[in-house]
Ligand binder design. Structure first.
Ligand code: PRX
Length: 572
């Protein structure tokens, strides 16, 4: 491991010659694999499930599901039947129609996947919500999108403020002894009686599919809307990057509340007709290693935070399991530290392949491929068919080794098509109508490898999850003791960053430990545990611009003992 370049060590991969593919590739060739290329009749759930159910993959397992109390397997044919039933339940027990918004707010379970695919069969737009969201976060997303129906569990019901959500007509509940009413429907009971036949809604390539809310540095979370055509890129990257073959057992550890959990937890592998493993419940070292062993996972897609936790636990827990089925490992969500790659080489005798993309890109865009050497610290090279560049603030492409904005040429298949309810915001992502500007800063070296440098804005990545400081600050300001709040990401060896809040108190409040705990609990209860500050520092006053904007950059400089830079706009 002296060299900073890790040579190719795999023998079995789909993308054999990167340079050749970059020259010859066209997305249209991938499209031709789908019958919609000719008929114009599209439905992603048909392509992901029904198509395989009427092929030689009919009795192949599509999904293995496991949590503390359940262990189940569903073939493609069974997935077709269950998603048909789910579509019938949604159709017959709500007013949901093509284009309406339907949210999923529940822990992972097979029912979650049936409901997701069933709704897509109806042409309904699905908004997946991470189960850890609390009332404020749930309210913002359901009200912005005017969701008409939701599926959830009785345990999560009190986080949905029904009285403040006039558009939300129907709540499907998954649980025991559900009391039904005009509003509440017992999902499992209705599933039992539902027909297994359903005629999918045929749509066009620009029809919406999923709506993922994600955080920026300003304002409330934004609804990023994806469309049917994304499937082209999701399928092709599943082949090239995940390197999935028919015999592989694939495990994507992400929750469908985040884009990785839909694009590669559901769509990519199912479009490719692969077998996926879903592990419900919380992260646990033993459960995770056991899942790899018991299912014989061959391809594993996870995140740096998880790898760092496994690494931190040492080889002890690992030695109890047979992990020899693994042949390809990938990572997404935050910078993949060279130490983690070294750990992977050491314990799995394999490279861990970093992939870079975002909710807005809808699918992988810059990746390390099995067929290419890996440069430590680099996110890899653009997926063939994707044009990535480093541009300056005017949109001019910069030469190699210059730091600037990481940008993607507009028009790739999985590109978001709308920010819900906010066309101006959508336009603001594109520079000169040519480049999508990611908000990440990076540089590209002379061999075309991209190196992540940081966010241009103040967005925080904590344990691989994206948190907008503005959302946390707004919540902090609702606490009776707080008069000013500024939130930053503080570097952390395991979580990448943790959330640190600087707060100034109203007169009459004293900075005590109890108050600190109370503030943390307040954000946890209202937003979610992952958005709550892990550290709070009390200040008499926070650094602000003359127009009153909190200067997070100065807070960060305080925290890291760095020079604060230009302070000319700071108030006296
Ligand atoms: O800052 C980058 C970071 O995650 C952001 C996107 O977050 P999200 O939309 O939640 O999607 C995460 C998973 C698709 C990016 O702007 N990020 C993602 N992948 C990497 C990364 N940072 C460094 N290296 C990566 N491989």
């Amino acid at each position: 491991m002296e060299s900073k370049v890790l040579p190719v060590i795999q023998g079995d991969y789909t993308l054999k010659d990167y340079d050749q593919m970059v020259k010859n590739f066209s997305w249209e060739d991938v499209e031709k694999e789908f019958s919609w290329h000719e008929t114009g009749l599209i439905n992603i759930a048909h392509e992901a499930v029904d198509r395989h159910a009427s092929s030689y993959r009919k009795n192949k397992v599509a999904l293995y599901y496991k949590d503390a109390s359940r262990k189940e397997a569903y073939t493609y044919n069974e997935m077709k039947r269950m998603s048909n039933k789910a579509a019938n339940v949604l159709l017959n027990h709500s007013t949901l129609q093509k284009g309406d918004r339907f949210f999923i707010f529940m822990p992972r379970s097979p029912e979650l996947y049936f409901a997701l695919l069933g709704a897509l069969k109806m042409g309904v737009i699905v908004g997946p919500l991470f189960e850890a969201f609390m009332e404020g976060a749930v309210y913002d997303r359901l009200s912005d999108s005017e969701a008409k129906a939701i599926i959830t569990t009785p345990e999560l019901l009190d986080r949905i403020p029904l009285d403040r959500l006039p558009h939300l007509e129907t709540v499907f509940l998954v649980g025991d002894s559900i009391e039904e009413s005009d509003k509440f429907v017992d999902f499992n009971k209705k599933m039992k009686d539902a027909s297994m036949h359903f005629e999918v809604e045929w749509l066009d390539r620009e029809s919406p599919t999923v709506l993922h809310y994600t955080s920026g540095s300003t304002g409330k979370p934004k609804g990023v809307l994806h469309v049917q055509e994304a499937m082209v890129q999701q399928l092709q990257t599943t082949r090239w990057v995940l390197d999935l073959h028919d015999e592989d057992i694939f495990w994507c550890t992400a929750d469908p509340g985040w884009v990785t959990g839909t694009a590669y937890g559901v769509f990519g592998p199912m479009l490719a007709g692969a077998t996926s493993v879903i592990v419900g419940g919380r992260f646990s070292i033993d459960t995770w290693y056991e899942a790899i062993q018991d299912y014989g996972v061959t391809v594993w897609y996870s995140a740096p935070t998880a790898f760092r936790m496994l690494m931190g636990a040492g080889v002890g827990p690992m030695e109890k399991y047979d992990l020899s089925s693994l042949r390809h490992i990938l990572s997404v969500g935050e910078p993949l530290n060279p130490e983690v790659i070294r750990w992977g080489m050491d314990v799995f005798k394999m490279r861990i392949h970093d992939t870079w993309w975002m909710t807005e890109t809808g699918a992988q865009t810059i990746c390390n491929f099995a067929c290419l050497p890996i440069k430590l610290g680099s996110m890899g090279k653009p997926v063939p068919g994707i044009e990535a560049a480093i541009v300056d603030d005017q949109g001019n492409v910069l030469p190699p080794n210059r730091m600037g904005n990481l940008a993607i040429k507009k028009g790739w298949p999985a590109m978001m098509r709308q920010i819900w309810n906010n066309p101006e915001k959508y336009e603001s992502y594109f520079m000169n109508d040519e480049w999508y500007v990611s908000g990440d800063s990076a540089y590209m070296d002379e061999d075309g490898y991209f190196f992540f440098q940081g966010r241009v804005d103040d967005v925080i990545m904590t344990s691989g999850e994206r948190v907008g400081p503005f959302e946390v600050e707004s919540k902090l300001l609702e606490h009776p003791a707080i008069v000013e709040a500024g939130v930053i990401g503080k570097p952390d060896p395991v979580r990448g960053e943790i959330i640190k809040a600087f707060v100034a108190l109203h007169e009459g409040y004293e900075p005590t430990e109890e108050l600190e705990d109370d503030i943390k609990q307040f954000v946890k209860k209202e937003l979610s545990a992952h958005a709550a500050p892990r550290e709070i520092e009390f200040k008499d006053k926070l650094p602000k611009t003359r127009s009153g904007k909190i200067m997070r950059r100065v807070l960060k400089a305080w925290e890291l003992n760095l020079p604060a830079g230009d302070l000319s706009t700071m108030e006296d």
